[in-house]
Design a binder for this molecule. Structure first.
Ligand code: GLA
Length: 344
């Protein structure tokens, strides 16, 4: 690190040609390599070649985001009669809000990593008042690569004072393995009948809108590029797909979304225990990031599938609670399951 602290990275491998590399800085997923249907191995994630690159990661590539993933209106919330003001570090539509944990969120801190079997466990102690959030928060994030070709990301947190938590994994996926290609030719399916419309500041209005009959309907697999430029208010406001879909109700782990790239046959299914998934189609990528292998990341060359609680939940009583109290354990698990499909 610039201040001399050591940074470690770890590579997990399985017997099927998959590798996952993770790093203590930001608890990021540095890369995920996987064969296509012909055995051709490629890295399916956007990122950087060196720590210097990751230090300048302002687009949350591969990151573990916290304490609160996505947006909080005006950067303000109240809890037990106290009002907290967080950084307003994002201004969509010129309207300031809090995004992804603030100026120095969990994506920009140094975690401590430890290897256990086929897992890496990262731990970070976030002090009371960090980025304006109350309570000392003790956080662990565990990455596991299984012999079933699954990458697990599991987050846990405990606090010593009431606070809010919504930890999010923010990898940008491109199943082609070539980040110069758009994700518009991927098929996406989302297990959701409703999405959360936003205002111009990309904060949910509180409405749960029906997806049926709109370009937000991914209940069956659809090409991302087919309707991304449709004349539809939600797409205009966000500049494409960048919304929270409310997952069909259910207990425990269930399918949130699946992504399929026909030319390579690669498929990724994301399972979660969370109530929602933010699908962000890389609309803010504009070619200015110089990523791995000297490639710059152009508009819509990565898709994030961020399982989560609803954005702005601390300010919206009709949304699931994001409050964590002493004695409770915040838990969030996501499984990325990779397969290949034969040529059809
Ligand atoms: C999230 C948000 C997007 C954008 C990206 C980071 O996925 O939904 O609006 O802020 O993070 O660039």
């Amino acid at each position: 690190m610039p201040d001399g602290r050591e940074v470690n990275r770890f590579t997990l491998r399985n017997a099927h040609g998959m590798t996952a590399t993770v790093c203590e800085f930001g608890a990021v997923l540095v890369s995920l390599e996987m064969p296509d249907r012909h055995g051709q191995v490629a890295d399916l994630t956007l990122g950087y070649d060196s720590l210097e690159g990751w230090l300048g990661n302002t687009s949350y590539l591969g990151a573990t985001v916290g304490r609160f993933g996505n947006r909080i209106r005006d950067g303000k919330f109240s809890l037990d009669g106290n009002t907290y003001q967080l950084a307003t570090n994002n201004t969509p539509g010129g309207i300031p809000c809090h995004l992804h944990g603030g100026v120095k969120g969990f994506d920009r801190v140094l975690w401590k990593g430890e290897v256990r079997d086929n897992s890496v466990i990262f731990r970070y102690l976030s002090p009371d008042g960090e980025e304006g959030y109350p309570g000392n928060l003790d956080v662990t994030v565990t990455y596991t690569l299984t012999e079933e070709n699954e990458l697990l990301w599991e987050a846990k947190a405990v606090t010593d004072a009431p606070t809010i938590v919504n930890l999010v994994h923010h990898t940008y996926w491109n199943l082609s393995g070539d980040p110069r290609q758009s994700i518009n030719d991927h098929f996406l399916q989302i297990n959701a009948d409703h999405f959360l419309p936003t205002d111009a500041g990309l904060i949910p209005t509180g409405e749960r809108a029906v997806v049926a009959g709109t370009p937000m309907d991914f209940t069956t697999p659809r090409l991302i590029g087919e309707r991304v430029n449709a004349d539809f208010e939600a797409l205009h406001l966000a500049g494409g797909y960048d919304h929270c879909w409310v997952l069909r109700a259910g207990d425990g782990m269930r399918l949130a979304a699946s992504l399929f790239h026909p030319p390579t046959g690669r498929k990724m299914e994301v399972f979660t225990d969370q109530p929602a998934v933010q699908c962000y189609g890389g609309n803010f990528l504009d070619g200015s990031i110089l990523g791995k292998n000297g490639h710059s990341y152009a508009h819509r060359t990565g898709l994030c599938l961020e399982t989560e609680n609803f954005p702005d939940a601390p300010n919206q009583p009709s949304f699931p609670s994001a409050t964590l109290r002493p004695g409770e354990v915040y838990q969030h698990k996501m499984i990325h399951r990779f397969t290949t499909e034969p040529t059809v």
